[in-house]
Design a protein around this ligand. Structure first.
Ligand SMILES: Cc1cc2nc3c(=O)[nH]c(=O)nc-3n(C[C@H](O)[C@H](O)[C@H](O)COP(=O)(O)OP(=O)(O)OC[C@H]3O[C@@H](n4cnc5c(N)ncnc54)[C@H](O)[C@@H]3O)c2cc1C
Length: 391
């Protein structure tokens, strides 16, 4: 053993929302932690999201009540902990003669959403009166039969991820970025981790390695000796476009005419985001980019619903969701995270698959519980449910 190598309780690989969330939670529980990020904090999927802190109204259609309830609880907590980063946003759902979801179905979904959020919070919904329709950002009124308005929340995904990282550093987490994890060799009680930082290859040891590399998780698992167990997943690409239009009332939850998927039109920094798509992706995660067909699909949803002809695209980007492999449509597959351990009783390596920005603390909490099975008991130094996050 090289005695100059530092030995930590936990090394986290990946500085997306899941990695920084795990680092924060494990450090708050009193353990020593380092985090390796190969590019920059939030450089991966965590900067390509729809930027919603939400329960996910549409997951109710898949009867994913547990995930919705859990995410709504997190939404309310994040609104309190990070008021400058997470803000309530009104959403409008226009229903037309040709909409596939009936008024009754949407009203029932909104009622359930409210119920799952807890009636105490500001989570009501309403039917928007006809006289207000004219003020709905050039929304086409032809065939419009009902408009519902409800509340969810929005964040700046990069700023939120950075804020959680800063909170983790305040709890003592050692950040290495840019620092690429190269490989891990199994030791009696943990791993020797090799990583590249500032042009040099360096080592550290850790009792537990957490692979939170998002769409790169399979590749990172293969760099362990022996390779870490994984579950069958698929990377599904989601594209957003940004157009030069300012929404005055809030966000719109629309049904894509082509395939009935939900597409959001969201106000973002004085402009408008339209997203997203779900396209199976089999290439390397570093090469993902928006496809022309996805851009056309998003433009066509927008022009189907809005009479504003200005769809000059300022920017387009794509991110990758890690979803459980299946033959069913990506739209219906769960967004709940899965954690795979190398050993069910005393794990020394854990891999995080999937999840949502909204529920990063829930994912981190599950990882922490597994870490505690292996690590010695320590006194907690903080509670992430009480730590404020600043811009
Ligand atoms: C289109 C789209 C829209 C979404 N919208 C929402 C939404 O509105 N709300 C919501 O709650 N969730 C949303 N999600 C889900 C959410 O964005 C993801 O679940 C979350 O960002 C995943 O975070 P992560 O930390 O697992 O992965 P990532 O953010 O991808 O982080 C992984 C990190 O690992 C690093 N890494 C990889 N390999 C190595 C290595 N060898 N060494 C060191 N570092 C490495 C990468 O650079 C990267 O920074 C959306 C997802 C997509 C794709």
């Amino acid at each position: 053993m090289n005695h100059s190598e530092s030995h930590l309780d936990v090394v986290v690989i990946g500085g997306g929302i899941n990695g920084v969330g795990v680092a924060q939670a494990v450090a708050a529980a009193g353990y020593s932690v380092a985090l390796l990020e190969k590019s920059a904090i939030a450089a991966g999927t965590s900067s390509k999201s729809s930027k919603l802190i939400h329960g996910g109204l549409r997951y109710l259609e898949n009867f994913d009540f547990k995930l919705v309830r859990e995410s709504l609880k997190e939404r309310e907590l994040l609104l309190q902990l990070a008021p400058t980063l997470v803000k309530r946003l009104p959403f409008f759902i226009p229903l037309y003669q040709q909409s596939s979801r009936s008024t009754l179905k949407v009203a029932t979904g909104l009622m359930l959403y409210r119920l799952l959020a807890g009636f105490h919070s500001k989570t009501g919904f309403r039917v928007v009166h006809r006289r207000e329709w004219e003020q709905l950002d050039d929304l086409k009124l032809d065939g419009l039969k009902k408009v519902f308005q409800y509340w969810d929340a929005q964040t700046d995904d990069v700023a939120l991820t950075r804020a959680v990282m800063r909170s983790a550093q305040q709890l003592g987490v050692e950040l290495h970025s840019p620092a690429e994890f190269l490989c891990a060799e199994s030791l009696d009680h943990g791993y020797r981790i090799s990583y590249r930082e500032a042009g040099a290859t360096r080592q550290m040891q850790a009792t537990i390695a957490v692979n939170a590399a998002g769409p790169w998780a399979d590749a990172v698992a293969q760099r362990f000796k022996p390779a870490l167990p994984v579950i069958a997943t698929q990377n599904v690409q989601g594209t957003h476009i940004e157009i030069d239009m300012q929404l005055s009332r809030g966000a719109y939850y629309l049904e894509a005419p082509a395939d009935k998927r939900a597409v959001f039109v969201i106000p973002w920094m004085g402009r408008t985001l339209i997203g997203t798509t779900e396209t199976l992706y089999t290439g390397g995660p570093d090469d993902v980019h928006p496809l022309e067909s996805e851009i056309d699909y998003l433009k066509s949803v927008f022009s189907h619903y809005f009479s504003n002809g200005n769809i000059e695209i300022n920017a387009a980007w794509a991110g990758l969701r890690v979803l459980p492999a299946a033959d069913t449509s990506a739209f219906t597959r769960t967004r709940e995270s899965s954690i795979v351990a190398d050993d069910a009783q005393q794990p020394h390596a854990l891999t995080v698959f999937g999840g949502k920005i909204t529920s990063y603390r829930v994912t981190a909490g599950k990882v922490l519980q597994l870490c505690k099975q292996t690590l010695e008991k320590r006194s907690a130094i903080a509670d992430t449910a009480k730590l404020h996050l600043e811009t």
